[in-house]
Design a protein around this ligand. Sequence first.
Ligand code: CO
Length: 471
Amino acid sequence: MSKKVRVTETVLRDAHQSLLATRMTIDDMLPILGKLNEVGFNSIECWGGATFDACLRFLNEDPWERLRTLRREMPDTRLQMLFRGQNMLGYRHYADDVLEEFVQKSVENGIDVIRIFDALNDIRNLQTAINAAKKASRDGKKPEVQVAMSFTTGEVFTTEYYVEYAKRIAKAGADSICIKDMAALLTPYKTAELVKAIKDAVDLPVNLHTHYTSGLASMCLIKGVEAGADIIDTAMSPLALGTSHAPTESMVAAFQGTEYDTGLDLVLLNEIRGYFMELRKKYIESGLIDQKMLAADAGALIYQVPGGMLSNLLSQLKQAGKEDLLNDVLAEVPRVRADAGFPPLVTPSSQIVGTQAVFNVLTGERYKTVTKEFKGIVRGEYGQTPVPIDPEFRKKIIGDAEPIDCRPADLLEPELEKLRKECAEWAESEEDVLSYAQFGQVAVKFFEKRRDAKFGLDGKHGDAANGVHPV
Ligand code: CO
């Protein structure tokens, strides 16, 4: 029986988010899209997460226009996005009506696979997004709804914990499950154990997503596939390794001639490699890729904190002139995390726990100073933590404030109408309203630049110096 492995290519999203701060432009992508379309990937991840933000904030690109272009240029390939559940692509919880509209518009504009996750693994923060994705369609075709579990380590996060979560994900209506190891904490044997346990418990395809940071990703993928994983995430080799993913071509080669053979054409992939090699050179020369990001670093496995979090802690201590306290802070992190109900350490919980640990050490007294965000997580503003928070500790942190034990978005009034009114001056489409909903003033600045360009006020057309503009 063939156990053909399917490959999701991440070069248009996670790979450049991991290596070059998400700065790949649509112009950099365009010349190679036709070839990428021919490969026969399970899907190409290309949208959502930071790409949307970077388009508006840094690249002066309409993220929706980018999606439609990708759709047009890769008609035979499923396009995939990453979606932070009730946070959508922004940094707060949104009301259900905005979320539902966003999911439908994403599908309408070209998305075929929606990968949804929540930082706390609180299924309630995912249910509205799952339901909306199941309802959405483009030309009568429904998207695949994939739910990702945020993988982390710590005494609570046993294989049983993930099996239980996988069962809840299946019950919530997901079409597939992703093990999302953003911090590269998986080891090959742990991967095998986890994949096997999940496959035994639920009847859904399992997609393995792990980063190369600690140098283990390709080993994890092999062991994961042998244990039953159906889909692996990889990146074209010039933008693989380091904090990115295992190289696509190498993984395809690794499975060639075995029962797991991906069936993908290495010669075609090699042509595509040539194109991305030129881009890599350009990004290194311009400084967009920092060579440091390309080296394997197993430090994450020693400290059990994601690499990005470690560098944040160090920079916070440097600012205070207390770099020598790093070991004290690293010892304090697990204690703060335990107090906060063992959140997985990903955005935003990694920043919240890290900053609080720094304060606890710097002030010399635990919780003498408490950040607003730490109060928020303890109060339940981000959802349910994996372990309930001790009521006495909660009282100490939030005083008489009312704890939140319902789904946080249940406390939000519908807000789509209000958002439409707020941005009526600039918005030219419902998609614009959704950009504004998530990125507020950043979106407004983009709309203004777009309008200026349209009327020749951007200095590129007409005689800007003399104030003469074509009308
Ligand atoms: Co990732």
